[in-house]
Structures are given as C-alpha cells and as structure tokens.
Design a protein around this ligand. Structure first.
Ligand code: SF4
Length: 512
C-alpha cells in the first residue's frame, strides 16, 4: 500500500502493514536460513551463559559493536570549535558522509565538513590533485577563515603527505600563502575519535601559534574541554569562570556551532574561539585540560614548545568540582564565590535525597575513558557499585587510573576494568553477572532490549533521545543532571516492575 501523502506514517506503523509483513516473511524464508523459532531461541539462550562468555572473550580477529568512532570524527569535532573553520577531509566521500551524519544525528544540527573525494585514480596516483582542487573550491565557495585538514584510512594507506600537499596547493595558487591550513594525520586503523581530537587540536594550535610567543604572559588560562559532546558543559564552564572572574580562552568552544539558535537564516560557522585568541594561547599562564586521554599529545606539545604548565582537572561530581575550583583559586588567587558554594550545597542536598535509591546498586558503564572516569567517580560518591567497566578505546594507563579510584572506594571492590573490549563482550558480562542499571550511549539500546537491564543514556552518540546533550554534566549543576538521569531511571524501573494490580503493586507507591 503506498503512503498516503495526507497522513505519512512512521515506519514503526508502516512496516506492520500486511504487504510488508509478507515481504519480511518471504525474505526470512528465502534468504535468512529460515531456522525454526525454537532453534533461534535455543542458540539465543546459549549465548547468555558462561560457556559462550568464555568463547566470546577468546575472540581475537573480530570486533562487534566497538563503542568507539574513527579518528576523523574527533578531528572535525575539534576543528569546528574554532571561528570560521571548515573541516576538510583528505579521503573518500563515504567516510565523510558517515562523520557528518554521526554528528548531525546526535546534535540534530547541520555539520559542515568537505571531502576531497578521492576515488580509484587517487588511490593509485596519490591524492595531491584532489587536495589542490579541493582546497581551491572550499576556499572560494565556503569562504572559511581557516581550513583544518585531516585524513581517512585511504589517504593514510597510500601515504599522502599532508604538509607537502598543502604547501604544493598554496604554491599552485589554490589558496593564499598566509591562509591558515592546519592539518593532522588521522589514520583510523589505530586509535579512535579521541586520538583524532588530540591530533587535530595539536595540529591547529601549532599552526596558529607559530611565531606568536611573547616574553610576557597574557594573564589568561586556557581550557581544553576534550572530546566532550555536552554543549551545556562549555556554557557551564564559562559561567563558573565568569563567577570567579577568571580571564580565559577555551580551546576550542564548539558549543554554538553544535547548538546554534534557529534564526531563520543559515550560518555555516556559528560561534567558535576567535583565531586571534587561539593564536595568543601560547602566551597564557597555564593550560587546564578537562580530559586526560583526549589531550595527551596536545599537553605534551604545550609543555615542550610553549614551555607552559598544563594540568588535568576533571570537574565532575562533588570531589572533582571541588578540586577544580580550589586549584583554579590557588592558580589565580581568586576566591571561590558564595554562589558556587551554594550550588555545591544544593548538589549535596540532592544527593542526600536520592542516596537511598542509588546506594548499593550495581552498575555497568562503557564509553570513552574520561567520561567513564568522571561518571564512575560521581557514582562512587553516591555509593553505587560498579561491576563491569568497559572501555574499547582505553589503554593500560586508563586501566591503572581506574583501578586506583576503585580500590580507594569501599564501593569499587567488585569492579573489573575491561579495555579494548566491545559491546558484544559487554552483553556476555551483563547476562552472566547482571547489574541493576548500566550507563552508555544509544548503542546500548540493544543491550537493554536483550537483557532488560535499565539503561541510563550518558555519552556519545545519543541518537534516540533528544536534548540530553544540551545539559551540562560538569560542575555542581552538571552533577544534578547526572543524578537526575540515574535516580529517575531506577525509579522508573521500580514503577515498571511493581505495577501489576493485586500482584506486584505492593510497592507501587506515589512517593519515592
Ligand atoms: S575507519 Fe577509515 S575507512 Fe572507515 S569510516 Fe573511518 S576513515 Fe573511513
């Protein structure tokens, strides 16, 4: 039956119609092996046990649902934090379509990134001509203030040299000689989007600050948010710094780009850190990174080249935010204002209100290393007990850091930190050692459907729920949001599991 243009139905209803059902049935019988429902059920049950778990963890050559993105995703995310910047990907179109849609689906915003559209001829002869033409077209058509170049796997496999290509493109007259074109090699067969973020941030800062070092500092502090997808966090950070009266530069602020006001007119480059401020960042007093594992190379660069002090401060939960504010106060001599102290008190009050529901609850978490560190630290403050901590893009350093905070807490003793494991591993863990809730991005939806374990959506990407990324998760205000999401997921589940009248409703209470 064709769609009625007067009443377009969502595919949820559309595919229930008889002709689609018939089509699915035929497809199943003719192309999908057509195992009996009993056989499917038998195998499904087997995959939930310990025997399968052991086989699953012995798996080496295959990754299933890896819970990480590829390097250029992080690189273009970093690039759009700078004013007027167009990300340019040296590689194939298909990859760049994936990067753009991944970010657009999360933010429900357009995301502009161009590709040099390398195809078979470039794979054989190299992508220099694509770069020369691509930079010229991008410069003339989209009128950026800066073009930030990264690569896909294809360009890396054939060995394209970005530095030489950009010089050649400038010599060929594609773009003016003094036009900023920072670059980062971002091979996705190593690392993840967090590595790509770090590579691009280092690439842009080294380009913009070249020859800008002065004898005197500018009195500011630089803040690097890292691959933090909560646009509310940059805004919350600026609000807190404003309350403390600290002069700062955010490297780089993509919150307006990723959450632009709808004015009826399309702006290709909303907001972003001014290029001149970024260029002057090498003259700051210090640089504070809000994430450790997305800023490793950038911090090393800042320390060695700018001779500038760097610190990692993760302002999540009570303890993390306390340390953040107190360290800033020490660094700047500025006192922590009463308004922030009041916010702390309100978070502590809210945690006390919800503590009984969270204390002792077992949980699993997966995501990027710094997000796992921050959210787990906060949940430990609430007496929740992590059991499975899974980080596909975590390394041994991350594992050690996690084990240190787990062993320092009375609630962290039963946790195991799994690095370089995927969501199919997590499925085995959740079935064999169930927990009360798990924390993760939208891909966890399939784990939720399989295991029926309540899911708290925190992380990236969040494709299937709206607006969560607009809230802050850092600072005391952000702590309230994290607390809200966790405790109300637990209470929703309690209502769901106690709502059969006359049977389970003995605890179907109005007041929790
Ligand atoms: S992993 Fe490589 S080939 Fe795949 S989308 Fe990323 S850059 Fe492209």
């Amino acid at each position: 039956m064709p769609q009625n243009p007067e009443k377009i139905v969502d595919h949820v209803q559309l595919f229930q119609q008889p002709e689609y059902q018939e089509l699915f049935k035929n497809k199943h019988e003719q192309f999908e092996g057509a195992h009996s429902p009993e056989e499917v059920q038998r195998v499904s049950e087997w995959t939930k046990g310990w025997e399968y778990r052991e086989k699953n963890f012995a798996r080496q050559a295959l990754t299933v649902n890896p819970a990480k993105g590829c390097q250029p995703v992080g690189a273009i995310f970093a690039a759009v934090g700078f004013e007027g910047t167009l990300p340019f990907v040296q590689g194939s179109q298909g990859c760049v379509a994936y990067f753009r849609t991944h970010l657009s689906r999360h933010y429900k915003e357009p995301f502009s990134a161009v590709s040099s559209s390398m195809t078979e001829d470039a794979a054989v002869f190299g992508g220099l001509n694509n770069m020369i033409e691509g930079l010229q077209v991008s410069y003339q058509l989209y009128k950026p203030k800066m073009i930030a170049v990264c690569t896909t796997c294809m360009a890396e496999v054939i060995g394209d040299d970005l530095g030489a290509f950009i010089t050649n493109a400038k010599n060929a007259g594609s773009i003016p000689q003094d036009f900023p074109v920072p670059f980062a090699h971002t091979p996705s067969f190593v690392g993840s989007h967090t590595t790509g973020y770090d590579n691009m941030m280092k690439g842009i800062l080294s380009n913009l600050t070249e020859g800008k070092k002065k004898d005197k500092t500018n009195g500011k502090i630089n803040f690097i948010p890292g691959f933090d997808t909560y646009v509310g966090n940059n805004r919350e950070l600026k609000r807190m710094l404003g309350l403390m009266g600290i002069d700062y530069t955010i490297l780089a602020d993509n919150s307006d780009y990723l959450d632009a006001p709808n004015t009826g007119e399309y702006d290709m480059y909303p907001g972003g850190t001014k290029l001149e401020d970024a260029a002057d960042s090498c003259n700051a007093e210090a640089t504070v990174a809000l994430q450790r594992y997305t800023t490793t190379k950038t911090r090393e660069y800042i320390e060695t080249k700018w001779k500038q002090q760097t610190k990692v401060l993760r302002p999540f939960g009570v303890k993390g935010t306390d340390e953040f504010l107190m360290t800033l106060s020490e660094m700047t001599g500025k006192p922590i204002p009463q308004e922030l102290e009041d916010e702390r008190g309100r978070l502590v009050d809210a945690m006390t209100d919800s503590y009984a529901w969270i204390h002792g609850k077992k949980f699993a978490i997966y995501g990027d290393p710094d997000l796992i560190y921050s959210v787990t630290s906060f949940l430990l403050e609430l007496g929740a007990e992590p059991v499975h901590i899974l980080c596909n893009n975590g390394d041994e350093e991350f594992k050690k850091e996690m084990e240190a905070i787990l062993s320092a807490s009375p609630f962290g003793k039963q946790a195991t930190v799994w690095i370089q494991k995927d969501l199919w591993h997590l499925r085995s863990l959740l079935f064999t050692e169930p927990v009360d809730f798990f924390v993760g991005n939208s891909y966890g939806k399939y784990l939720w459907r399989d295991t029926k374990i309540p899911m708290v959506r925190i992380g990236y990407p969040l494709f299937d729920r709206h607006h969560l990324h607009r809230y802050p998760t850092l600072g005391y205000q952000g702590g309230l949001n994290l607390l809200n999401w966790v405790v109300n997921t637990i209470l929703d589940e309690l209502d769901r599991s106690s709502n059969i009248a006359g049977k389970t409703d003995i605890s179907f209470d109005l007041i929790r």
